[in-house]
Write a new protein. Structure first.
Length: 451
């Protein structure tokens, strides 16, 4: 007898499999059938009486054994029908034609759900059976994706449009005859599932409100050329205006240069009052910008803001920290709306910082171009906490979201939504390891076999 196993490969890297899974010991050849819409792999062997099915993660690096269909009649051959012929009203996802010794029978795999809604989560668009390229186009090197059709019947209402799935089954048991018995969940478990969907909608709303808040605080205060302290213009015409010595009042050295304490008023109305050395601002001083309406009080070196200082903008926002050659460095930005940024401002390089919104939300982590990036932790005012990867101001990558109500999600994120493999943990500690797509939980791939 020979050991049987299957492997999952990336055709772009065939030197090593992504996953190898042992199956059993038998001389029969395994025949794989894959459902890409639900990430399900079906294995049927010639001479076998059973059909095993597995769930693959989107990246195909993790494989979950689900169950198997068992029959006394061995199959001499088996073939899969096109996805477009399945009965969506009965939640059928796969149909096989099985050839045994004296008959051909249809074996249908169904997800046992109740109701008249279209189960959109298990019926993504599928191949329509027509080629996307002709022979001439193919030999010319053209490349196109498959032609797809929507399995949704005309006039049908999707579960997403109706507010989600209301009922779920816990599992199935199969007999040697291939029949299936459905076990419905207890009331407590059903209530937990309702809470999961309710929390999912809540997370979606949180994402929307947080994004809106960020647009107000980050977009207006950190990125705007009119209101951002990092973009606030300076007057660079001071030296050109120094020829008008009648505008200077104060101490001078033996050469007649401005030296010591003094005040200079510029032609545009701007004013500097403080220490001078050899005609340059040096030491402590205050500068009032007439065109830009900001005020800087602090240290100067080589006629520029250098060292500790405080800048106040016309709208009341402030920066308190270090300056280098007229550029803000590490410090605290206190915005007029009550929000606060603490860290090093550098629009072109990643930097770590802390931002507190006026509504109480707090982010601590890395920034790039005024947006949250790489690793960071966001604590919401309601007690929710997200910690993980960020990209372009959105939750993106791997991360953990802990709800203040006690639930949590640990897994993959894409554009602020739960997307990919992830584990949902309930208040009681019960774990549900499933696939998510665009913030929507893929309903457990529990299947009923019908003959």
């Amino acid at each position: 007898m020979s050991s049987r196993e299957f492997s999952v490969w990336d055709i772009r890297k065939l030197n090593e499999s992504l996953k190898t899974q042992p199956v059993d010991t038998s001389p029969g050849v395994l025949i794989p059938f894959y459902d890409p819409g639900n990430y399900l792999l079906f294995l049927a062997g010639k001479g076998d009486g059973n059909i095993r099915y597995y769930e693959l993660t989107k990246d195909s690096d993790v494989v979950f054994y689900l169950n198997q269909y068992i029959s006394k009649d061995t199959q001499s051959s088996i073939e899969l029908f096109p996805k477009r012929i399945v009965n969506v009203d009965k939640c059928e996802i796969m149909r096989f034609a099985k050839l045994s010794k004296d008959k051909v029978e249809h074996i249908m795999f169904q997800v046992p759900r109740k109701g008249d809604l279209f189960q959109e989560d298990i019926y993504p668009p599928c191949h329509d059976g027509t080629p996307s390229l002709n022979v001439t186009e193919w030999f010319a090197g053209q490349s196109k994706g498959p032609n797809l059709i929507d399995l949704r019947p005309e006039g049908a209402v999707s579960i997403y449009e109706a507010g989600g799935v209301k009922k779920k089954v816990k599992g199935i048991s199969t007999t040697s005859e291939g029949s299936a018995t459905v076990h419905e969940e207890s009331d407590d478990e059903e209530e937990q599932m309702r809470q999961v969907f309710a929390l999912q909608e809540r997370l979606k709303n949180v994402s929307t409100s947080v994004t809106s808040s960020e647009t107000v605080h980050i977009g207006k205060n950190l990125n705007s050329s009119q209101r951002s302290p990092a973009a606030e213009p300076y007057s660079n015409n001071d030296k050109a205006n120094m020829e008008n010595e009648d505008s200077y009042t104060g101490q001078r050295n033996s050469k007649g240069e401005r030296n010591g304490m003094g005040t200079f008023i510029y032609p545009d109305g701007s004013k500097y009052e403080g220490e001078w050395k050899n005609n340059q601002r040096e030491g402590k001083g205050t500068y009032w910008s007439a065109p830009s309406k900001y005020t800087y009080t602090g240290l100067w070196h080589n006629d520029m803001m250098n060292g500790e200082g405080e800048m106040t903008l016309a709208n009341g926002s402030k920066f308190i920290g270090t300056f280098e050659n007229n550029q803000r460095g590490h410090g605290i930005y206190k915005f007029s709306d009550g929000s606060q940024f603490e860290g090093t401002w550098n629009p072109k390089k990643p930097t770590r910082a802390k931002f507190k919104w006026s509504n109480g939300d707090v982010y601590e982590g890395e920034w790039l171009n005024g947006k949250r990036s790489s690793k960071g932790k966001l604590t919401y005012k309601n007690g929710d906490v997200y910690e993980g990867d960020w990209l372009e101001d959105m939750r993106h990558g791997k991360g953990i979201y802990n709800f203040s109500s006690g639930e949590s999600f640990n897994g993959s994120w894409h554009n602020n939504e739960m997307h990919g493999r992830g584990t949902w943990i309930s208040k009681s500690g019960k774990k549900s390891d499933r696939e998510w797509e665009n913030g929507k939980k893929k309903i457990a791939t529990i299947i009923r076999i019908c003959l």
